[in-house]
Write a protein that binds this ligand. Structure first.
Ligand SMILES: [Zn+2]
Ligand SMILES: [Zn+2]
Length: 213
């Protein structure tokens, strides 16, 4: 089966998101998604959402930047090196995807910092800035490293959920089979940028937040 899953969504449990988990079913259905991964900053989510496939996940802040850990990986500490974090996720049977590696505002982990095997790169991240350049460089890196490309909206507000997602060709909708499909590279990225209006709003918020810290 071919599942459409937005693998990168932040809920209210992230300090910078307004998305309530109970609102995810309706918006996901309206965008044609089969499921989501709720990847809060350094907080593991392994809950259920009615009517959706939910891949357990976390967005880990490593020393070098952000990565997504998907599967039954449990809590993972922030601030470890990227290579140590990848080893922990793999030891626990999960998969590792580099998040927005070429985003100019948020930065990201660069392929030459990685010695461990990677499962994929988020080549389409709807929040990436500047979008086209970030996508182009991420696609080039995925090709060079021989890893698969995935897509996620990186939503912090409800309306952008599903703006990007990953098509996963899985045997079934069980989490184990989905994780296996990602590991094997039976995936492709879909969707695009959240668009200029949202992008501008997001940048303003980011600048404000930086000034505060
Ligand atoms: Zn991130
Ligand atoms: Zn994120």
């Amino acid at each position: 089966m071919n599942l459409k899953i937005d693998i990168h969504i932040h809920s209210i449990n992230s300090f910078d998101s307004s998305i309530q988990i109970e609102d995810l079913q309706e918006i996901s259905r309206s965008k044609g998604l089969d499921g989501v991964a709720i990847t809060d900053h350094d907080k593991y989510f392994n809950g259920k959402v009615d009517g959706l496939v939910v891949i357990p996940g976390i967005e880990v802040s490593t020393r070098e930047g952000h990565l997504l850990g998907l599967g039954q990986v449990g809590k993972i500490a922030a601030g470890l090196s990227v290579n140590e974090t990848i080893r922990i996720i793999h030891d626990r049977g999960g998969v590792v995807i580099l998040a927005h590696p070429y985003d100019l505002i948020r930065g990201g982990i660069k392929p030459d910092q990685i010695r461990e095997k990677l499962d994929g790169i988020e080549t389409i991240n709807s929040m990436a800035y500047p979008y086209n350049l970030s996508k182009h460089l991420a696609e080039k890196a995925a090709k060079k490293m021989g890893v698969s490309s995935l897509g996620g909206s990186d939503s912090h507000t409800l309306e952008t959920v599903g703006d990007a997602y990953t098509c996963i060709r899985s045997q079934s909708s069980s989490i184990d089979e989905i994780i296996d499909a990602i590991r094997k590279g039976d995936v492709s990225p879909e969707g695009g940028s959240i668009g200029n209006v949202n992008q501008l709003r997001r940048m303003k918020a980011a600048v404000k937040w930086r000034l505060k810290t």
